[in-house]
Design a protein around this ligand. Structure first.
Ligand SMILES: Cc1cc2nc3c(=O)[nH]c(=O)nc-3n(C[C@H](O)[C@H](O)[C@H](O)COP(=O)(O)OP(=O)(O)OC[C@H]3O[C@@H](n4cnc5c(N)ncnc54)[C@H](O)[C@@H]3O)c2cc1C
Length: 342
């Protein structure tokens, strides 16, 4: 076991939008901060699931690409130079006492123990994996035409693209690739789309070929994917489609995995928190998609507000003389630029 000797004031588990903003805010509160993430890059769902999707509902940005929002959040998070540990999945937590102070020991899959006075869990939907389709050819053509994530739109430039699914991701990708792909076909197993009303309206008036009540039977090709057989699930009639790329948007298996075994109180939504964003264990806070409280909305902007509360109460937890409410950012002299009032 590699035990890190430095004890941090706060360790943020998960570097999605909530964790990144939390890292910035912990710096504002003068806390020695560490961020841990299982993924090899910062940004969480914004960079992993939908980097090139427009985001319209974050305050201050009438319209911003998810990857650009992540870039801004990363720049802001780095203001106070937190320690960043990537590609490191948190597995377990232990507590011990050092001179009367509670210290948490977070052990990761790299066999490293990170020591910290408080923890803020911003683990989102957990370490997520796309749901896969067990159909002939799918596994064989993964990375050769079968996609579960879209990292670069240019891969689909002038291609015949088949999108499978009826949720937000499928509909969003149809619309986002309209200016890139040669032709887009969408198949969905029913005629009910679970997407934003505005997006469904845009989809219906687009040139995308929509095949409702259709499912994927099999795919084939040589070096790369070339053909998809789809079928009408009412008549079982098959149609062969000449296809270059397929995006499977069938949802994700989201699993909090080892965090579920920590003994924190959970419900169907996630980890239960009180108004301080504190979990059932003192000193462990949660914010963003992973945190559950009555009326929870899983949105980027929700996570921002929640993590500010979590960090401020974490500050007060380790130093009861520190105010929970720090005042406005213009009153804080440690933010670069704030002292000059610019
Ligand atoms: C297709 C799609 C479109 C969306 N569009 C919008 C939108 O337009 N507007 C909006 O407000 N919201 C949108 N959302 C929702 C939004 O993305 C989430 O609410 C937001 O990402 C939550 O942020 P988070 O930081 O809490 O979690 P996440 O972004 O999920 O980040 C969690 C991070 O924790 C890490 N992690 C998990 N477990 C561990 C572990 N054990 N150890 C270490 N690291 C771990 C993960 O690797 C990940 O990086 C969309 C979601 C999807 C799927």
């Amino acid at each position: 076991m590699n035990i890190q000797s430095d004890v941090y004031d706060i360790t943020i588990v998960g570097s999605g939008p909530t964790g990144l903003y939390g890292a910035f805010y912990a710096g504002v509160r003068g806390m020695k901060t560490k961020i841990l993430d299982a993924l090899p890059e910062l940004g969480g769902q914004l960079v992993t699931l939908y980097p090139e999707k427009w985001v319209f509902d974050v305050g201050g940005f009438p319209k911003i690409l998810a990857k650009d929002l992540a870039k801004n959040l990363i720049a802001q998070a780095m203001t106070f130079a937190p320690t960043v540990c990537l590609d490191e999945k948190v597995l377990s937590v232990k507590t011990h006492s050092e001179n009367g102070t509670k210290i948490f020991e977070l052990v990761t899959d790299k066999g490293t123990a990170h020591l910290t006075k408080t923890i803020v869990l911003t683990a989102g939907i957990g370490a997520f994996k796309p749901k896969k389709l067990d159909k002939p050819g799918i596994e064989q053509f993964e990375g050769k035409g079968i996609h579960y994530f879209v990292n670069e739109k240019k891969v689909f430039k002038d291609k015949d693209v088949l999108i499978v699914g009826g949720g937000d991701s499928a509909v969003d990708w149809c619309l986002n690739l309209l200016d890139t792909a040669k032709k887009i076909t969408l198949i969905h197993r029913s005629d009910q789309f679970r997407a934003h009303e505005e997006s469904i309206r845009a989809l219906m008036s687009s040139p995308i070929e929509i095949m409702t009540f259709h499912e994927l039977r099999s795919v084939s090709g040589n070096e790369r994917l070339e053909m998809a057989i789809v079928y009408d699930n009412r008549t079982i009639r098959e149609t062969a489609l000449r296809i270059d790329e397929i995006i499977l948007n069938l949802g994700f298996h989201a699993d909090l995995g080892p965090i579920k075994e920590w003994g924190l109180e959970l419900d169907k939504v996630g980890i239960k928190v009180n108004y301080r964003m504190e979990t059932s264990v003192e000193g462990i806070f949660a914010a963003g998609d992973v945190a559950s409280h009555p009326g929870k909305l899983k949105l980027i902007s929700t996570g921002f507000g929640e993590v500010v509360a979590a960090v401020n109460f974490a500050k007060n937890f380790i130093d009861p003389s520190a105010k929970v409410y720090p005042g406005h950012s213009t009153d804080l002299r440690n933010i670069p630029g704030a002292a000059k009032g610019n």
